[in-house]
Structure formats: C-alpha cells, structure tokens
Write a protein that binds this ligand. Structure first.
Ligand code: AKB
Length: 315
C-alpha cells in the first residue's frame, strides 16, 4: 500500500481522521493537506503540506512525488456557508471531486473516500427512518452538490471501475476542532457556551430533530468502510449512516443533568429552513449488512465526553 493523502485536513473531520489514520497506519504513511499554508495546532506533528484540491496539476504532482494510493477528500463548503457563496461552493465541491476521481480513473491512485451528507435529502423525503433509496430533492447548494457528487461517484465506479466509497454523514459532534459553517453546528457550539457562560442562544427551534453522531463513531465508520473488502461495498453512491437523533431541547436537557444551571433560548435564522428540509432520523441497515457498521455513542455518552474534554480556548 502507498501513502494516504487527506485533503481538507484542517477541518472538523479531517483533523480527527488524520490522527486516527496515523494511529492505524503509522505517521510516515499519512499526509495531511489543506489549503491553509501552515498546519493547525492539532496537526503540528503530522506530515503536512499546503494543497488546493482545485489545482489538478499540483494534486497530480503530490500523488506522484509521495506515492499516494488512497485519498480521503474532505475539502468542501458546508450547508450554511454554501448558501452564502453558491458559486464558489459548487466549484469547490464538484471540481475537487472530479480532480480526485480522475486520478483514480487514470489508475494513479487505488481508492477514494468522499463524504456525502444527510443534506442530499429534501422536504419531500420521508422524514423518519429515512431509507437508503428514497425521494431526494435537496433544496440547498450543498445538498445539490452532494447529490450530484454521489451520482458521479457511482458513474465513475460503473464506467471506470473506480473504487470510491462514501458515507452520508449526519451532524458530527467533536471537541478537537470546531465545525465550520454547517446547520448542525449548534450541537457543538452549545457545549462551549455551556462551559463558558451556562447559557446558549440556539439558531434552530427547540423541536428540530436531526440525525447526529459522535465523531469517534464517524471516524471508525470511515476507516471501516475503507478497509472492507471491495465486494462488500455494494452501494457506490453513498451509504446512510445513523448515530443518534435529538432536538436542541433534548440536548439542552442532557447538558442540564450535568450542569444544573444551564439555560437555553431560541432565535432561529436562515439555518432553520435548511434543518426543516432534512430528515429527523436515518435507516442505516445497508451499512450494517454490507460492512458491519454499528454505532457506539448515544446522547448521554456524547454529552459526558464533550463536557469533560472541550477546550474553551478553541472558540
Ligand atoms: C452541515 O450541517 O452542513 C453538515 C452536514 C450535515 O453535512 N454538518
């Protein structure tokens, strides 16, 4: 096996994925890259290089120079930020994917991981226990880019035998690095505010249920799908993946059990409409059947770990 390249390593998932891959395969086999010129604090011990995924030539050079065989492509604009900059979101989310898929088509790399999202679903999708195959009419730029990306992954697999694997991530909760520009970010922000001032003003309404997952589960799923035998990966668009499902109200109550004085109030903004278009909960039976996925962290375990571990200086 050649080296593993993580693109978008400075982000919320990228940071933790690099650290987990280093543990699994050894530091010398993992290259962290991001468009940022310097590594973030969490990645200062990693092999880091500055790389813009939209620069196909630079990407090709890195793959050759370092003998890369697997790419995890995490660079993307998330749902809330993408709504503010639709042109750039479409360019980054699609061009980055094509540049990586083309390397695999031309047999310069062997395997690709590309994340999709619950954002592929829309207001006409069944909301509870959303099935793997169902109506998908996303209303956000991010969702449209993820849905198109899924179809392109499937196309490259069928047409060019590209080994691309993908998961539809729910909202992810973690403390090593901050999320950037998503609709589910409230479920991370709330912990920093709870720790700092015991109060939080939530940008989603109290009964907005969304699928969520503790980061360690998401990282384990990502490594697990990539390590599974090729023939087990039967879905080449992207797999539904479920962790827990909760509302801001339920999360606030779980925090209150550990921080009794905690209080929450609500002031919704444009992200409410995005959240309203997404599922409440997800059916991930195919991921369970095909590559043995199962979640470990529920709401109570997540809240405990977050309150114990967040570093307030990050915010
Ligand atoms: C977002 O909120 O945009 C992301 C996602 C669900 O893909 N966290």
């Amino acid at each position: 096996m050649g080296k593993i390249l993580v693109i978008g390593a400075a982000g919320q998932i990228g940071t933790e994925l690099v650290l987990a891959l280093e543990k699994e395969y050894g530091k010398s086999n993992v290259i962290a890259s991001d468009v940022k010129p310097e590594p973030t604090v969490a990645l200062r011990e990693s092999n880091y290089l500055s790389l813009d995924v939209m620069n196909a030539e630079a990407l090709d050079r890195v793959v050759k120079e370092y003998g890369v065989s697997e790419i995890f492509l995490l660079a993307a604009l998330l749902s809330a930020t993408a709504e503010k900059n639709p042109d750039f979101a479409w360019k980054l989310n699609m061009e980055g994917l094509f540049n990586v898929l083309n390397l695999a088509r031309d047999k310069k790399i062997e395997k690709v991981f590309w994340p999709s999202s619950i954002a592929v679903f829309g207001p006409t999708t069944p909301k509870d226990m959303t099935p793997q195959c169902t109506i998908m009419e996303p209303t956000t730029v991010y969702g449209i880019s993820k849905q198109s990306g899924e179809q392109w992954c499937n196309y490259y697999h069928r047409k060019y035998d590209v080994d691309v694997r993908s998961i539809r991530y729910p909202g992810l909760i973690s403390y090593t690095s901050l999320p950037g520009g998503g609709t589910t970010d409230y479920a991370v922000d709330i912990f920093y505010h709870a720790k700092r001032s015991n109060r939080y003003t939530c940008f989603l309404s109290e009964n907005t249920a969304l699928p969520m997952m503790y980061m360690e589960d998401a990282i384990r799923a990502t490594i697990q799908i990539m390590q599974s035998p090729k023939e087990n990966i039967k879905i080449r668009t992207s797999y539904n993946l479920a962790g827990m499902s909760f509302t801001p109200k339920l999360l606030a109550e779980a925090i209150k059990e550990r921080l009794p004085g905690f209080g929450i109030n609500y002031a919704t903004d444009f992200r409410q409409e995005i959240a309203d278009s997404w599922p409440n909960s997800i059916d991930d039976q195919d991921a369970k059947n095909d590559w043995g996925w199962s979640m470990s962290y529920d709401l109570s375990a997540t809240v405990k770990l977050m309150l114990e571990n967040i570093d307030e200086s990050l915010m």
